[in-house]
Every structure is written in C-alpha cells, then in structure tokens.
Design a binder for this molecule. Structure first.
Ligand SMILES: [Zn+2]
Ligand SMILES: [Zn+2]
Length: 325
C-alpha cells in the first residue's frame, strides 16, 4: 500500500511514511469475516477483497452536513463537499443528493480525539479523516474530519479539505484503499493539487460498483483507444518489408489478460510469452514488456489458454481441461 521497498526492517523511509498524514480507514480488508457482521469501527470493517458487497441500494444516496469547522467559511466547505461528490457522480451511475433536514445516509462532521465510534483521532498530523462503508447501520456512510488538522482550500498550506473529502466519500460510497499510490483512494495524502483528478483505477473501481455514466465514458477511457489507425481511402502502400515483429499495443492479440493478485498489475499471455503492462502517471496501461515466467506464482505452464484471478487474488491458469493455481 505504501509503495515502500520490502526490506523487513524499520528503516528511515518506513518511519517517515508512518509519520506522514493519511486516512484512518484500514488498508487491508480481511477476507475471513462476513459482510453481515459489519463492525462500526472502520479498522474492523470487513469485506471480501474485490467483492462488491458494500454499496448503496438503488444507486441512491443522500448526505447532510452536521457541523462545519470554524477554520473555514461554511459556504466554501459545503461547496467543497459538492465538488468532491461530483468527482464520483460524474463517472459512476450514482445519484448523490444533499438534504437540508431529516435523516441522510452520509452524515458529515468534524470530530476531535475520541468521539466514540471506535476510531479516535490523534491530534494534528497522521490520521486526517475517516469514513464508514455503505450499509444499514446508523453510522454507515458517515464521514468524519479531524478538527485538529489545519483544513484549507486553495493553498499548499495545511491539508486540502476537498481532496480529503473526495477520498473519504470514496469509502462512504463503498471503495477500500487502492495500492496504486497515485490513486485518489491511496491511503496517504498526496499533497495539494488544484487540479486533482480521479485516476483510472478509482474510476474503474467505482464504476464496478455502480456502473458508469454513459455520457462520460469516452473521456474516462484510456487515450490509446483514440489512437486507432485512421480509415483512409488511400490504397495501402505495397511494401516488401516484412511486418515488424515488435508487437504494438494496438494490434497485438493476446490469449488472455488478467490482473495478478500479488502485484495487482495487468499481465497477458500470448503463446509461450508473458507480458506485463506498464502504467503511466495516470495509472493507464499504455505499454508492456515481456517478462520471465518466474514473475508469476505459481509458475505457469507454456501455451496457457486462459487465466483468471479470483476474489481472494488466487491465480488460476487453464491449459486444456486442467487448471492450476
Ligand atoms: Zn482512506
Ligand atoms: Zn469518527
């Protein structure tokens, strides 16, 4: 989750990461516990990894602000929350509505230290905020900001309220943390970016829960799809050159494509070869490299027909009628 090299030692980098500002939601959701037994403590919220159990029914959710911080004007905070929700509702098919009076699903509030929901805040720094998964419990969806933080808008000073809100609302709508350190749903605060965006990873995961918005889909797709060869009326040039053997991302056909459970990266099989996709700074896979068979556990046989990773991130590969994992 942190992107730190695994050294097995509590080194300087590890300590620095432990001290850096982050979300209070747990990083690894344990697979053993059933969704029905949801605990109100975000650290104990239980979910089968990669399963889509926690979401708001009928793709409808309401929100309400219970209290504002005195550090910023109320109107600018409310505007930030509207903007933050809009990041998600722009891409996913979910209707998010603010309500003035009465009850709402997502109650937004500022808290300090122990506020009796099982996850005390810790003063300035470290934990910035937390939120609870969707569900039928009173606290489901509720989002708390640590009022001991310095909340700001439009400046590098302090912690940007809107960016943290967009991250927390991701949880309130049903997403866990992302292991992609550039994703909005990565556990650590990445600093102020006036032009912060959802990463493809965030969009993909939220649309897996609620479906996509048809109108916005084309803009959220990776740009490689627009680079298809143009249809022209010109006759193809006659060439004696043999076609390049170097595969291009646009024309290569793979036998199978899957996300590996260990490193959460996309791999492809093609005959005897294995390719691993490389993502750019936006998390979009635009290129790939051939990798050794040793990178995958278990070692896969050659000429594998298909592969799939299950919700427990176990890899199954199929060859003829047999499969291994
Ligand atoms: Zn979080
Ligand atoms: Zn709380």
């Amino acid at each position: 989750m942190t992107g730190l090299p695994i050294t097995g030692k509590v080194d300087k980098k590890t300590v620095a990461k432990m001290k850096s500002p982050r979300c209070g939601f747990q990083d690894v959701l344990r697979p053993s516990q059933r969704p029905g037994e949801i605990n109100t403590n975000p650290k104990d919220v239980q979910l089968k990894p990669l399963s889509n159990v926690f979401k708001w029914p009928n793709n409808q959710v309401t929100w309400k602000v219970m209290g504002y911080t005195r550090q910023l004007g109320g109107a600018s905070q409310r505007r930030s929350f509207i903007n933050a929700f809009k990041k998600w509702s722009d891409v996913a098919n979910i209707n998010i509505r603010e309500v003035g009076g009465g009850d709402a699903d997502i109650l937004i509030d500022y808290k300090r230290r122990d506020h009796y929901d099982g996850s005390p805040f810790d003063g300035r720094g470290r934990t910035l905020a937390h939120a609870f998964f969707p569900g039928s419990h009173d606290i489901s969806g509720d989002t708390h900001f640590d009022d001991d933080e310095q909340w700001t808008l439009g400046t590098k000073e302090g912690t940007n309220l809107e960016i943290v809100a967009a991250h927390e609302f991701g949880h309130a709508l049903g997403l866990g943390h992302s292991s992609n350190s550039k994703a909005l749903m990565a556990p650590y605060y990445q600093g102020y970016d006036p032009d912060y965006k959802l990463l493809y990873d965030d969009i993909y995961r939220m649309t897996s829960l609620y479906g996509g918005r048809a109108a916005t889909r084309p803009t959220s797709l990776p740009r490689v799809t627009t680079r298809r060869p143009r249809v022209t009326t010109r006759r193809p040039r006659v060439t004696t050159k043999r076609p390049s053997t170097k595969p291009s991302i646009c024309d290569l056909k793979f036998d199978s494509l899957f996300m590996n459970g260990d490193d959460r990266r996309i791999y492809a099989f093609r005959y005897r070869k294995i390719y691993r996709f490389e993502s750019d700074q936006n998390g979009i896979e635009r290129s790939f490299t051939k990798v050794s068979r040793k990178v995958l556990t278990p070692r896969v046989p050659i000429n594998t027909g298909a592969a799939v990773v299950d919700r427990y991130r176990r890899l199954y590969v199929f060859k003829g009628k047999l499969y291994i994992y």
